[in-house]
Design a protein around this ligand. Structure first.
Ligand code: DC
Length: 208
C-alpha cells in the first residue's frame, strides 16, 4: 500500500509519516530531504538557487549529502523551497520518488505533492495541517532544545513566506489531493496526531 503524507512545513507530517511507516512495516522516504540536498548542493557549488541551470546541476548531489545534518537547518529549508520552484528540478527528482513509491509491498512518502503528482493512485492520502502559531511554536521549541537563539516572530514569518512560495508555484503546488483526508494537528499532541493518522490509514486500507 502506498501512503501519501503531504502538508506544509512543521505541520507534523514527517513525524506522522515515520510513525505510519513503523506501524504498517513500510519503508519511508522524506522527499523534502531531496529538495534540501539540491538546495545545499547549489550553495556548496557557489551557485544561485533561483537560477534554473544552477539548480539543475545540483540535482546530481552525492547520496552521502543526504546524511549531512546541515540539511535540517532553516537555511537549507529555505534553499529547498527556492530550488523546488524549477520544473527541471522537480522532473529530475521525480523518477527517484516514483520508484520508491511503487516498490513491491508499498511505501510511505511525505512531501508536498505525493498525493497529487508522485503517487496519485495512493489509496491512503493524508494532508496534514496546523495553524501558523502552532507550527512556529513547535519549531521554536525544537530550536531552543538545540541551544539555538531564534525569535518566535521570525520563525512564524519564515514559515508564512515558505508556505506562500510552496502554495503559489506553477508546478506541483502544495495543495491537498481531492481524495486526501485532512488532519489538523494544531490541538493534538504527538501521540494523538499519530493515533489519528493510523485510524485514517486503517480505514482507507479497509476500503481499498
Ligand atoms: O518538507 P521540508 O520542509 O523538508 O521541504 C523543504 C522544501 O522542499 C519545501 O519548502 C518545498 C520543497 N518540497 C517540495 O517542493 N516537494 C516535496 N515533495 C517536498 C519538499
Amino acid at each position: 500500500m502506498i501512503i501519501a503524507v503531504d502538508g506544509p512545513t512543521a505541520s507534523g507530517k514527517g513525524t506522522i509519516a515515520k510513525a505510519l511507516a513503523a506501524h504498517f512495516g513500510l519503508p519511508h522516504l522524506d522527499t523534502g530531504l531531496l529538495y534540501r540536498a539540491v538546495g545545499r548542493q547549489v550553495a556548496l557549488n557557489g551557485g544561485n538557487p533561483d537560477d534554473p541551470a544552477d539548480a539543475l546541476v545540483a540535482c546530481a548531489f552525492p547520496d552521502s549529502l543526504l546524511d549531512d545534518p546541515e540539511l535540517r537547518s532553516e537555511a537549507s529549508g529555505g534553499l529547498a523551497s527556492r530550488v523546488s520552484l524549477h520544473p527541471g528540478v522537480r522532473q529530475a527528482l521525480y523518477e527517484r520518488q516514483r520508484a520508491f513509491a511503487t516498490q513491491p509491498g508499498g511505501a510511505v512518502l511525505d512531501g508536498r505533492d505525493i498525493g497529487t503528482v508522485i503517487a496519485p493512485e495512493a489509496p491512503a492520502k493524508l494532508f496534514v495541517v496546523a495553524s501558523v502559531s502552532a507550527r512556529a511554536e513547535r519549531r521554536f521549541k525544537e530550536m531552543q532544545a538545540q541551544g539555538r537563539a531564534v525569535a518566535l516572530a521570525d520563525i512564524a514569518a519564515d514559515l508564512e513566506a515558505r508556505d506562500a512560495r510552496d502554495r503559489s508555484r506553477a508546478e506541483a503546488p502544495l495543495v491537498a489531493a481531492a481524495d486526501a483526508v485532512l488532519l489538523d494537528t494544531s490541538d493534538l499532541n504527538r501521540d494523538e496526531a499519530i493515533a489519528a493518522a493510523i485510524a485514517i490509514v486503517t480505514k482507507a486500507a479497509g476500503s481499498c
